[in-house]
Design a protein around this ligand. Structure first.
Ligand SMILES: Cc1cc2nc3c(=O)[nH]c(=O)nc-3n(C[C@H](O)[C@H](O)[C@H](O)COP(=O)(O)OP(=O)(O)OC[C@H]3O[C@@H](n4cnc5c(N)ncnc54)[C@H](O)[C@@H]3O)c2cc1C
Length: 314
């Protein structure tokens, strides 16, 4: 493979799964990436239509130092002049500083846009975009959900397989990887989200919304109106000054769909909304729009789910 000056994505892969933001990092680097981690062949299928040249760097584990060690070897061997794009997924955020240190490069975290000599990143809670002009190759993490991915009709990617003897001397190693708890997991990673807004009439509704979300195996998100009231903490806020998400299913209760909220929503496969205003933007962008009092619907849903639990229905 030719050495390229440009961008190369380094995507941590855990058990064949490309993380949230991984395909966006691949698209940002024009389809050139190092896939590093475990069961990389399974991950290859996911890159179809986005990947052009892929370097597979398998590792024995997904410990951050092991990933960084293998990625360093792959980057130095195959793209030493390229700036590195890492998805800001949990594994990506753990690996990126270690990779930057090994490559002796500047690290820019939380980018919204990356070019070979320039990075733009949201700062001051999303109120400002900072631009960094960089004259040496760097490492930058890309915020998931900001860029989107265009799938194209591309030929099969060129694949280079490395057999790396990874550094397995991590002081801390994973004993077991537990499935995420939907009520506390990073919203950016959540495949199902139930959102609540000002149409819900009090703080206690959000405790109920959290219970209903957990019963539906979904995470709870809210609008800024709710976090400004102090009813729910800021890490649950979806939008330009909150978390940018990209769930497959989004259910909204009493949310109007202001652009600062919807621009952080990604591209859900399905949106279900409950609102008294049939014409608000959130209802207009929904697959199923229920014109009703969101408080009453939430109560009814909670009662149904609790009856199912009592009957022992999974
Ligand atoms: C710089 C800046 C950054 C911002 N960043 C964000 C951000 O990151 N995230 C974010 O969410 N917002 C953000 N906002 C705020 C945003 O502009 C909106 O004000 C906010 O998203 C609206 O929240 P909401 O939908 O809960 O409330 P509202 O817009 O007040 O909407 C309430 C909705 O509830 C419906 N409703 C009322 N009663 C009922 C009922 N009984 N049953 C059902 N429906 C009912 C209404 O019809 C309405 O559609 C930002 C604003 C600014 C200026």
């Amino acid at each position: 493979m030719n050495t390229q000056v440009g961008l190369v994505a380094v995507i941590p892969v855990r058990d064949g799964v490309i993380p949230a933001g991984g395909l966006e990092a691949l698209a940002e680097s024009a389809g050139v990436a190092v896939l590093v981690g475990t069961d990389l062949d399974t991950a290859l299928d996911t890159t179809i239509g986005v990947g052009r040249r892929l370097i597979l760097a398998p590792t024995a584990s997904c410990a951050p130092r092991t990933l960084a060690e293998a990625a360093t070897v792959a980057v130095l061997a195959h793209a030493p002049e390229s700036a590195v794009v890492v998805p800001a997924s949990p594994d990506g955020r753990d690996m990126a500083p270690l990779l930057a240190r090994r490559l002796a490069r500047t690290l820019v975290a939380g980018a919204t846009e990356i070019a070979p000599h320039r990075v733009r990143a949201a700062r001051q809670g999303g109120l400002a975009i900072a631009q960094f002009d960089l004259h040496e190759p760097f490492v930058a993490t890309l915020q998931p959900g900001v860029r989107g991915v265009e799938h194209r009709d591309l030929p099969d990617p060129e694949v280079v397989r490395l057999s790396i003897v990874a550094d397995t001397s991590d002081a801390v190693s994973a004993v077991e990887v537990l499935p995420p708890d939907v009520s506390t997991m990073d919203l950016a990673e959540a495949p199902r989200i139930v959102g609540g807004g000002a149409g819900l009439d009090g703080e206690s509704r959000f405790a109920l919304l959290a219970e209903v979300s957990a019963a539906l195996d979904a995470s709870m998100g809210v609008t800024r109106v709710i976090t400004d009231r102090g009813w729910v903490s800021h890490e649950r806020q979806i939008g330009t000054t909150g978390v940018v998400v990209d769930p497959r299913l989004y259910m909204s209760f009493g949310i109007s769909g202001a652009v600062q909220h919807t621009s952080g929503l990604g591209q859900p496969d399905h949106i279900v909304s409950v609102n008294t205003d049939a014409h608000c933007p959130m209802m207009q962008m929904s697959d199923l729009a229920v014109v009703a009092d969101a408080n009453a619907v939430l109560d009814a849903l909670a009662a149904r789910l609790s009856a199912r639990t009592e009957r022992g229905v999974a």
